[in-house]
Design a protein around this ligand. Structure first.
Ligand code: FES
Ligand code: FES
Length: 154
């Protein structure tokens, strides 16, 4: 079947099979390799993207179910080719090591801070609870998110 996805503001028409996941379509048909695949079964959260504004594990979403929706990947947070303050905060706080998990954490943090810029440390920990990072020990990620909160305050 043919579906339409808007990814980072650009429209794509793609042919998908009924059992194809959003993860596979984003990576293999649209070519967005920042969306990583870890476990393929909803456990690591590394495949997270924003679907109509909310974080979803794209390995658990059928592409057909996402027909007509708006997807944001980590590239979608950049403005005029420049990193967003949140992305810079990840770099400045050493919250990126191998980088495999980074898109998922940044997108989840963006969703969280957009809803609640006065977020507490506990709320950050709760929001990133379903995401696995094998490198950083999480502390730097939490610090980066808390530091970036000021950019979301109006
Ligand atoms: S690849 Fe989707 S949750 Fe692990
Ligand atoms: S930075 Fe390597 S898995 Fe998180």
């Amino acid at each position: 079947m043919k579906i339409t996805l808007t990814v980072n503001g650009k429209k794509y028409e793609v042919d998908v099979k009924p059992n194809e996941t959003l993860l596979d379509v984003l990576r293999d048909k649209i070519g967005i390799k920042s969306v990583k695949a870890g476990c393929w079964r909803g456990e690591c959260g590394i495949c997270t993207v924003l679907l109509d504004g909310k974080p979803v594990k794209s390995c658990l979403v059928l592409a057909a179910e996402a027909d007509g929706s708006e997807i944001v990947t980590v590239e979608g947070l950049m403005k005029d080719g420049r990193l967003a303050p949140l992305q810079k905060a990840f770099i400045e706080h050493g919250a990126i090591q191998c980088g495999f998990c980074t898109s998922a954490f940044v997108l989840t943090a963006h969703w969280l801070l957009s809803r609640n810029p006065n977020v507490t440390r506990e709320e950050v920990i709760e929001a990133i609870n379903g995401l696995i990072c094998r490198c950083t020990g999480y502390e730097q990620i939490i610090e980066a998110i808390l530091a970036a909160a000021k950019y979301y305050k109006k």
